[in-house]
Design a protein around this ligand. Structure first.
Ligand code: EPS
Length: 381
């Protein structure tokens, strides 16, 4: 089974991602992975730390002569700020951060022991694992694109139809959204929030293009792909809500407005991965019964504002038990653009996972053979 774990503290020596069960025979594209890591470091609203770090991977195992061998792939990202042992104690918990909950759980008095691992620095390792998964998916024509839909109440609902266009627009935006006017307003909003000593959250969307039907399963609760994707996305630091397709908007609409009518085109039967079946809308976000239906998967995530505020919130000092303003550490004001790269990465990994579960993943040749046989079966329905 394809899986990954991460290790490393925010100001420790490095971040690590170990990916297990990755097929043999894939060329490991270090440049493509580093490009994703650099994207994660960017976007308006990031704090001074990103000027210190230069995220790039060093591959420690699982690859020979540039090719994966089926063995665990260990990727290391060096931390340039590795001051963990010199940093002062943190005793004034930040509301919204893992500080207090973590201190109660582990019995720590110094909450730095919590924040070092709870920190979103860990997402650098997740992006490395997700970018690796994306190299596998791209071999099968599957594209995963994450972009920003909103920051601090400024919303961008530009349709995301064509993947080339989405990528072009996103990559030319300083906040990774699709509309120039919205970008300007989002940047202004981040500026206002920064001046006010506050922080801002936002909305992220990820679309998976070119996904074959039949991934995931309705036969058991933990095999439903919608649930698996929601868990993967919800596990990203600061994500408080996940939607698939219309998501929460289905609650106020009628059945005739929500469900995607089914059409069939005899002519495209031979070349479409769905054997000629298609939809004109994608309100289901590509998933029905927890199974892909061949339409693009659309996942949305709501990110809360960063808990570290220059204008500190009310809290309590763990040592004195007296009221005290929360600790104000160096931090980002808005990391929604960065989080869009992370959400894209975790969605990519989950899609790659379900893909090799269905088609086999000892080697890429095996995966390809099984996919081709399966698509033949779909076309003969
Ligand atoms: C974070 C606090 C900041 C962010 C960090 C997440 O770090 P520092 O305290 O070192 O300034 O920059 O994010 C990253 C380091 C990163 O790579 O994304 C936190 O407390 O969660």
């Amino acid at each position: 089974m394809l899986k990954y774990i991460t290790a490393g503290e925010s100001h420790g020596k490095c971040m690590i991602a170990v990916v297990e069960g990755f097929p043999a025979g894939v060329r490991l594209d270090v440049e493509a992975i580093n490009k994703e890591l650099q994207r994660r470091q960017g976007g308006v609203g990031r704090g001074p730390r990103m000027g210190i770090e230069k995220d790039e991977i060093e591959v420690l195992s699982g690859v020979r002569k540039g090719m994966t061998m089926g063995s665990p792939i260990c990727m290391k990202i060096k931390n340039y700020d590795s001051s963990i042992d010199q940093l002062p104690e943190l005793t004034r918990a930040r509301p919204g951060h893992a500080d207090l909950a973590g201190a109660m759980k582990y019995g720590f008095h110094d909450m730095r022991n919590v924040l070092e691992r709870a920190s979103a620095r860990e997402t650098a390792a997740r992006v490395a694992a997700g970018a690796l998964a994306k190299t596998l998916l791209s071999d099968f024509g599957i594209r995963v694109l994450g972009y920003v839909r909103g920051i601090g109440g400024v919303v961008d609902e530009t349709p995301a139809k064509d993947p080339d266009e989405v990528q072009r627009l996103r990559d030319s935006s300083s906040v990774f959204c699709l509309d120039k006017k919205a970008e300007k307003r989002m940047v202004e909003r981040i500026k206002e929030v920064t001046e006010a000593g506050d922080s801002a959250g936002g909305l992220i969307e990820v679309t998976v293009y070119g996904i074959p039907p039949g991934l995931g399963s309705y036969t058991q609760w933990d095999q439903r792909l919608d649930g698996r994707l929601a868990a993967a996305v919800m596990s990203v630091q600061a994500i408080k809500g996940v939607e698939i397709g219309l998501g929460f908007r289905v609650a106020e609409k009628l059945g005739s407005e929500v469900h995607d009518c089914i059409f069939y085109d005899q002519k495209s039967r031979g070349d479409s991965p769905t054997g000629g079946f298609f939809r004109r809308t994608d309100h289901a976000g590509g998933l029905e019964g927890g199974v892909t239906n061949g339409e693009p998967i659309v996942v949305r995530a709501a990110m809360k504002p960063i808990p570290t505020l220059r204008k500190s919130l009310e809290s309590v000092d763990l040592t004195t038990k007296k009221s005290a303003p929360a600790a104000a550490e160096r931090s980002d004001v808005c990391a929604v653009p960065a989080a869009s790269v992370v959400v894209e990465a975790v969605v990519s990994f989950e899609i790659a996972r379900v893909f090799v579960e269905k088609f086999g993943g000892d080697s890429i040749q095996e995966t390809r053979r099984n996919l081709e046989g399966y698509l033949k079966q779909v076309r003969s329905l």
